[in-house]
Write a protein that binds this ligand. Structure first.
Ligand code: FE
Ligand code: FE
Ligand code: ZN
Length: 277
């Protein structure tokens, strides 16, 4: 069974997300914990959460991915931006425990000229501040395309962050297919080689989720522009090989392709048809 979903709107609460997921025949999904600019999150509505947990169980939903706002930057050169990141991260992780045992994904950060090493130190310092031994949420570092001064466009940088975190069992990685291809990992012609490299550097046991996207941009362009499945530079065949890879096929796949619900429903249908169990 292919576990797949899409990045859904959270404007109608968890129940709204569950309804959208069912409509597109998804059994996992992603949503923003607050608007992408990172302002106030809505208060948790306990009846909404209860209703969601009931639907989840009935329909065998898999673990989902909550996505931090893009503005969260733990390695900004501005102290107030780093404090904002800490506040958002802490608050989001607290709220995540209402829906235990899922994933919280974030973009590691942009070092804005301070250098990759400084970025890595600041990101891991924040993680050491906010992770707690009792949390059930696993925090995922997203693989980045390497635009601007992004940290995390190579496996070594992600590994260095995880290495500096005390509670390593609370950490994982989310691989974004568009981003890794843009970053220069050739998942089209050498998927085995890329996975071997990931396994060697980070360990495939740390890979917990996939953002399944095609890319508008050429290989190794370090640009981040998602495309619908099969319409970009990665293409149908490579994406079908990706979801069927024996070391990946069990993971939750989340589409972040430019689509509406109908478009995602079609992509999910196509991908399910091309999944070999
Ligand atoms: Fe992302
Ligand atoms: Fe992504
Ligand atoms: Zn992206």
């Amino acid at each position: 069974m292919l576990h797949i979903g899409a990045h859904l709107s959270s404007s109608k609460g968890f129940t709204g997300i569950a309804k959208d997921a069912l409509q597109i025949k998804a059994d996992t999904f992603q949503f923003f914990t607050r608007n992408p600019q990172g302002f106030k999150a809505k208060d948790i509505d306990e009846s909404d959460v209860q209703n969601f947990l009931k639907i989840s169980e009935e329909h065998h939903f898999q673990k989902f991915v909550a996505h931090a706002p893009y503005t969260l930057n733990p390695c900004s050169d501005k102290p107030e931006t780093r404090e904002f990141a800490e506040m958002v991260f802490k608050d989001d992780l607290k709220r995540m425990e209402y829906v235990p045992e899922n994933y919280y994904n974030f973009h590691p950060g942009s070092h804005v000229g301070q250098g990759v090493q400084t970025g890595i130190e600041m990101i891991s310092a924040l993680l050491n501040k906010i992770l707690t031994p009792n949390q059930t949420t696993i925090v995922l570092l997203e693989t980045m395309s390497g635009k601007g001064s992004e940290v995390g466009s190579c496996f070594e940088e992600l590994k260095q962050i995880i290495d500096r975190v005390d509670l390593k069992d609370k950490m994982g990685v989310c691989m974004d297919t568009c981003h890794v291809y843009s970053a220069g990992y050739d998942i089209v012609n050498d998927l085995d080689g890329v996975l071997e490299e990931f396994d060697h550097i980070i360990g495939l046991d740390k890979l917990k989720a996939v953002h399944l996207n095609d890319s508008k941009m050429p290989f190794a362009s370090h640009k981040d522009r998602h495309e619908q499945i099969g319409k970009g530079t990665i293409g149908f065949d490579a994406i079908v090989r990706f979801i069927n890879h024996p070391r990946l096929k069990h993971l939750p796949f989340v589409l972040e392709t430019p689509n509406d619900l109908n478009g995602w429903a079609q992509e999910i249908k196509f991908l399910r048809e091309n999944f070999n169990g």
